[in-house]
Structure formats: structure tokens, C-alpha cells
Design a protein around this ligand. Structure first.
Ligand code: PRX
Length: 632
């Protein structure tokens, strides 16, 4: 197992060593895994192309490390503990032995359908164990998984399937979410009508008896895929730098990009970070409430915990079903030791009152995690007082789809915590703050653009099918630095607080959304001439979506608003629906025709005292109109 730091002194030493001798530091951690052939070089890199390779020529399979390696010592220990949406349904457990058998059966089933190393398989599934099993089955045979969050629309799914030229989609029939049954296979059928020409087969995990549209040529049930298969499957031997998965995420421009992670480095870093950030101890029950459709679920529900031999919980439902005590009821039921969730969930539950957590015994909780967006001070204190009872450190973990693992965080019981501060970089992570002119900010008490100046094992390798996009997005803003897109401040003691995106990306309930993507969706409506989308502070979601729309119609009404929401739901999914829509006759623009988002953001945020000089705009007169019509 990778090293587990347990004192402040050890953290400081590990950090120093990781900077002085990164290769020696990561060689030692990497050597704790099972390699089919040892790597012969730790690192080769330049941030110009970029070209980053870790553990060169090492051969491995990540599932041998997640599963087979644990059979001897913990074959009968629970690997995945699953809690259904329905609170009365029994919990389901898979021991490491059982999980290995299920993964192998599925892997053999995939092979029987012609899936082989390098093929792309897209998952569009609710939070059922079969999602984790399917993902690991792909990794077993060297197929590249790409999980698409099951809240995305058919169009968004088809776009991702087409970009990845996937051969197969694996889905469920329905998604049990609170009191709703959401048709999942139907969305896949629609996506197949919209595109997905590369797809040969759709595998359907049926968990209900509800009716389904079925085509014998294309559709195959999960049961038929797996039932005749052997419960052992030889693992495909992968190179360290072979692709493990693609995960689509939004950027400031254009369509979502496929972030590519590779096998060796991702394995080493997710295990190392999991063990240290969550201070996981033998026998603990760890629960991350994220969805596997996002990076948090990949790294800290599936790979990190399983690599570390942990018991990881998966929850099918939502925090408020059947009532706002559900999370706490589950924590009590399974004596959860580490609880990891998003600020948006904390705020939503905080709004339901203190009585909900007070009804449950939360004494098993040793630490509380937060991820996905900045946590505001009020939510931080509520989490600390009502869930952690003042005795469980809060780890505010900052990271991204592209970083693969947690980058900045307190280490519980080891480093201090301060509300709203992600605080300290992990060993191996060389964070810097830059000013807009490209100077590194030295010293403390400063604010700048958050960059990372040295590679780490789980960093993004490329954006699928478009390496140039990877270079321009992350490596062209500052020479020799990975630019995160976030602004941050460093306090007087060197702790880091991540303030939020400085680009045109908004973070709605921890879901990352490109403003350009939402605008493109709105513009699909035939009566829309132009639109501009910005984020604004929202009490529960962190940021809400504010859309300014120029329409052909003079008299705009509620029906038109509804049509806009429907078009966004169709193009992206309900998560991208604007919270506020303001119809305007013009958008403030520079003389070169660029929309002045800075002004629109301020108006949406109700910060109009200091709009700056607007006289140089192409159309300064619209500013007053936009302000007058602003939605509070
Ligand atoms: O703006 C930062 C915010 O979420 C962005 C990354 O989103 P995504 O790739 O979807 O990954 C989310 C889960 C790792 C970042 O650029 N973010 C994430 N965690 C934090 C955060 N902002 C402030 N504090 C955090 N702890």
C-alpha cells in the first residue's frame, strides 16, 4: 500500500521530498502496486506540447490492483456496499471476491460481444452497482470507458458517443430517483436516432418490470450478457500510458471535451490521495455521495477506495427522499466513518433545518469532506456543528476532472482547517499563484490565478481526438504551467482558498457548465437572435444560470420562457436550465463586437454600483435598459 501520512511532521517531510526529488518520491509510492512488468523510467515531460508520461514502459492492469490483489487478505470484506433509493429495500454488499467474479463475468460478456482493448464503451446509468462493475470490466479488458451522467439529454449523450466513436452503450432501463422513475433506455433510444452510428450494441440492465422499447438486433440485456460467462477473466496487460478512460467536461468555449486519463499514473495518485485525504483505516465504511458520472465518483467511489482495499458505499437515491434525513439515516445505519459530499447538498439540507440530523446517531463519523465548488462559511459551520458535532475535521478538497485526484486539501487530524479554505497542496502538487502578466506571486496574502508548475501522476494527458485543444486550454496561458481556470487567494499563513472560475465556466450545484454551451442550446430556438449566459450567486446552488436573450418577438411571455427551458433540456439536460431569463433588445458589446460579460455578470449579481466605464462600448445605451429590466 502507498504511504499513509499520520503527523504534521510527516506531511512536511513528504511535501519537501516530493518537490526536491519528485521521481524518487513517486517511484517509492508506485512500487507498492502490482506491476506485470516494472517501469523503467518514472517521468518524462514537457508542458509545451504537452507530453506527460509517468512510469514509462510499466505494464499493469488497474483491476488486478483494485480486486485480485486484495483477495488473499480481504476477499470476504465488503468492497461495495449499495444503498437503494427505496429506504425499505435491503442494502446489497459485494465482497472483494464477489466483485471480482462479477467484473470478470461482465468482462467476458463484453469480449463475447466483440469489445476489445482500445474500444470505447459509453455508460449511461443510474447509481447501481452494475455501473461500477461495468466500468471495472472495461478496465479489465483494456476497453476505454466513458461515463455520461444520466441527467444529460439524448442530444448531449449522442454528442459524447459520437465524439468518442463508442462501439457500445451500457445503460439501465429506468432510474429510481426519489419518487420518480426516470426512463433511461428511452433516452438512449433517442440518442441512437440522433447519431451514435459507431454503436453496435446497447446493453440494458433491467431493474424494473416496466415496458421497454426493444430491438433484438441492437439491444441485449445485462443478464444475457453475463449469465453464461465464466467468473474469471484474464486481465489485459496495459501500458502505464494506455488510456483508462475518457470523461467529458465543459470548458469556456465550444462543445464539451473528453478529458483522457491513463492507467499507471491515475492508479498511483488516486490510491495515494484516497489513503491520505480520508485517512482510511481497516474496517472503516467510507461514503462519497457523488455520482459516478462525474470525476469524483470515478476517483473516490470506484478506483481510489478499491485500490486501497476500502469498503466504499454507493447510494442510488437523492438526499431528500423520502425526507431530508436520508443521508443521516444512512450514516447511522452503516456507521459511516468518512462522509464526502458537495456544498450544494449541505446547503439544501441546512435549509431543511437542524432537526433532521439531530434524529440520528452520527457518532461514527470521523471526518467530513466537501468537493466540487467553494463552500461558504455558513454551510461550513453548519456541517461542522450539526453533522461533525465539532469533532470531525472538514476537508475542503479542491480538484478538477483534469487533475484526476484531490490537489489541495487539509489532511484530517494532521493539518489545521479554516472555513472556506482548501488550505494545503498534497505532496507532489506544486501549486503557484500567477498575476495576469505571467509573474509568479511570491509570499503570502495575495490573490491570483491558480496554476500547477510540475506534473503529477494523475494529470490529464490529452483531450480525446484533439490534442491541440488540450494545449491551448491548459498550457498556453502561462509558459510551462498547467492553468486551472480558477482564481485563488493565499492567506497570511500560506493556506489557499479557491474563489472560483475566472473563465466562462459556471458551477451550478457542483455541475460544471460552459456558458457557450448553454448559449448554443438557447440559440437553437428559432425565435432567438442572440443570447448571453452568465453565473450569479445562488443560495443553494452556489451559482445560478442567468440568460439574457434577444428575441425576434416583441411581446415575450411565459410560454416563450417555457420553450427556452425545453430547448435547453433537450440540448443538454435539465441541469443546464436557466434560473432567470431576461429578454433584452441588445447586449452590451465592445467596438469589436465582443459581448461584455463582465457587465452582464455584475447586473445579474445585482452589483451595479461599480460597472466601470461603459462609454467606450458600441452601444452604451443598452446598459441602462438591461439594468432596468434585471430580475432580482
Ligand atoms: O472551480 C473549481 C471547482 O470545480 C471545478 C472543477 O469542476 P469538475 O471538473 O467538475 O470537478 C469537480 C470535482 C472535483 C474547479 O475548477 N471546485 C472543485 N472543488 C472545489 C472547487 N472550488 C472551490 N473549492 C473546492 N473545494
Amino acid at each position: 500500500m502507498t504511504t499513509q501520512i499520520s503527523t504534521l511532521q510527516e506531511y512536511k517531510e513528504a511535501y519537501d521530498q516530493s518537490v526536491k526529488d519528485p521521481e524518487g518520491f513517486w517511484r517509492k509510492e508506485a512500487s507498492t502496486f502490482q506491476w506485470e512488468k516494472d517501469f523503467d523510467q518514472v517521468l518524462d515531460w514537457n508542458f509545451e506540447e504537452p507530453n506527460v508520461k509517468w512510469f514509462l514502459n510499466g505494464k499493469l492492469n488497474i483491476t488486478l490492483n483494485c480486486l485480485d490483489r486484495h483477495i488473499k487478505d480481504r476477499g470476504d470484506q465488503t468492497a461495495i456496499l449499495w444503498e437503494a433509493n427505496d429506504p425499505d429495500a435491503p442494502s446489497i454488499r459485494y465482497t472483494y471476491k464477489e466483485l471480482l467474479a462479477e467484473v470478470c463475468k461482465c468482462a467476458n460478456g463484453l469480449k463475447a460481444q466483440g469489445i476489445k482493448k482500445g474500444d470505447r464503451v459509453v455508460f449511461y446509468m443510474p447509481m447501481v452497482p452494475q455501473l461500477a462493475i461495468g466500468v471495472l470490466a472495461c478496465a479489465r479488458i483494456g476497453a476505454i470507458h466513458s461515463v455520461v451522467f444520466a441527467g444529460f439529454s439524448a442530444q448531449a449523450l449522442a454528442d459524447r458517443v459520437d465524439d468518442a466513436t463508442a462501439k457500445m452503450i451500457i445503460c439501465a432501463d429506468y432510474n429510481n430517483r426519489g419518487s420518480k422513475r426516470i426512463p433511461v433506455k428511452k433516452v438512449v433510444d433517442d440518442a441512437m436516432d440522433l447519431g451514435c452510428n459507431s454503436v453496435d450494441k446497447v446493453v440494458v440492465y433491467k431493474q424494473t418490470e416496466l415496458p421497454l422499447n426493444w430491438s433484438d438486433d441492437v439491444d441485449i440485456s445485462w443478464l444475457d450478457l453475463t449469465k453464461e460467462q465464466s467468473d474469471f477473466c484474464e486481465a489485459e496487460i496495459m501500458d502505464s500510458e494506455d488510456m483508462l478512460f475518457i470523461l467529458y467536461t465543459s470548458g469556456s468555449t465550444g462543445k464539451p471535451k473528453g478529458v483522457v486519463h491513463s492507467c499507471g499514473g491515475y492508479m498511483v495518485y488516486t490510491c495515494y490521495s484516497f489513503r491520505n485525504v480520508f485517512q482510511y483505516k481497516e474496517g472503516d465504511v467510507y461514503w462519497c455521495t457523488a455520482d459516478i458520472g462525474w470525476i469524483t465518483g470515478h476517483s473516490y467511489i470506484v478506483y481510489g477506495p478499491l485500490l486501497a482495499g476500502a469498503t466504499t458505499m454507493m447510494f442510488e437515491g437523492v438526499p431528500t427522499y423520502p425526507d431530508a434525513g436520508r443521508f443521516w439515516k444512512i450514516c447511522e445505519k452503516h456507521k459511516v466513518n468518512q462522509f464526502y459530499t458537495a456544498p450544494t447538498a449541505i446547503r439544501a439540507l441546512m435549509a431543511k433545518g437542524n432537526d433532521w440530523p439531530a434524529q440520528y446517531d452520527l457518532s461514527s463519523i470521523k471526518l467530513l469532506g466537501s468537493v466540487g465548488e467553494p463552500i461558504n462559511e455558513e454551510a461550513w459551520h453548519w456541517y461542522d456543528k450539526h453533522i461533525g458535532k465539532g469533532k470531525s475535521p472538514i476537508i475542503d478538497t479542491w480538484w478538477q476532472t483534469e487533475t484526476g485526484g484531490i490537489m489541495i486539501t487539509p489532511l484530517p487530524g494532521i493539518t489545521d482547517t479554516k472555513p472556506t479554505y482548501a488550505s494545503y497542496p498534497m505532496p507532489g502538487i506544486q501549486t503557484v499563484l500567477m498575476d495576469a502578466d505571467g509573474n509568479e506571486l511570491e509570499g503570502n496574502n495575495c490573490e491570483g490565478l491558480l496554476c500547477i508548475k510540475f506534473p503529477w501522476p494523475s494529470m490529464v494527458r490529452t483531450t480525446y481526438g484533439d490534442h491541440e485543444r488540450c494545449r491551448t486550454t491548459y498550457f498556453s496561458t502561462f509558459k510551462n504551467k498547467y492553468f486551472t481556470g480558477d482564481g485563488a487567494r493565499r492567506d497570511e499563513d500560506g493556506r489557499i482558498r479557491v474563489i472560483g472560475r475566472v473563465d466562462d465556466v459556471i458551477n451550478v450545484s457542483g455541475h460544471r457548465m460552459g456558458t457557450a454551451e448553454v448559449e448554443n442550446a438557447i440559440n437553437e430556438h428559432p425565435n432567438v437572435i442572440e443570447s448571453a449566459v452568465v453565473g450569479y450567486p445562488h443560495d443553494i446552488k452556489g451559482q445560478g444560470i442567468y440568460a439574457y436573450i434577444i428575441s425576434q418577438d416583441k411581446g415575450v411571455d411565459d410560454d416563450f420562457r417555457k420553450e427556452i427551458l425545453a430547448v435547453v433540456t433537450r440540448e443538454i439536460g435539465p441541469i443546464a436550465k436557466p434560473d432567470k431569463i431576461q429578454f433584452v433588445s441588445g447586449l452590451p458589446k465592445t467596438r469589436s463586437g465582443k459581448i461584455m460579460r463582465r457587465i452582464l455578470r455584475k447586473i445579474a449579481s445585482n452589483e451595479t454600483e461599480n460597472l466601470g466605464d461603459v462609454s467606450t462600448l458600441l452601444n452604451p445605451e443598452v446598459v441602462q435598459e438591461v439594468m432596468d429590466g434585471a430580475l432580482k
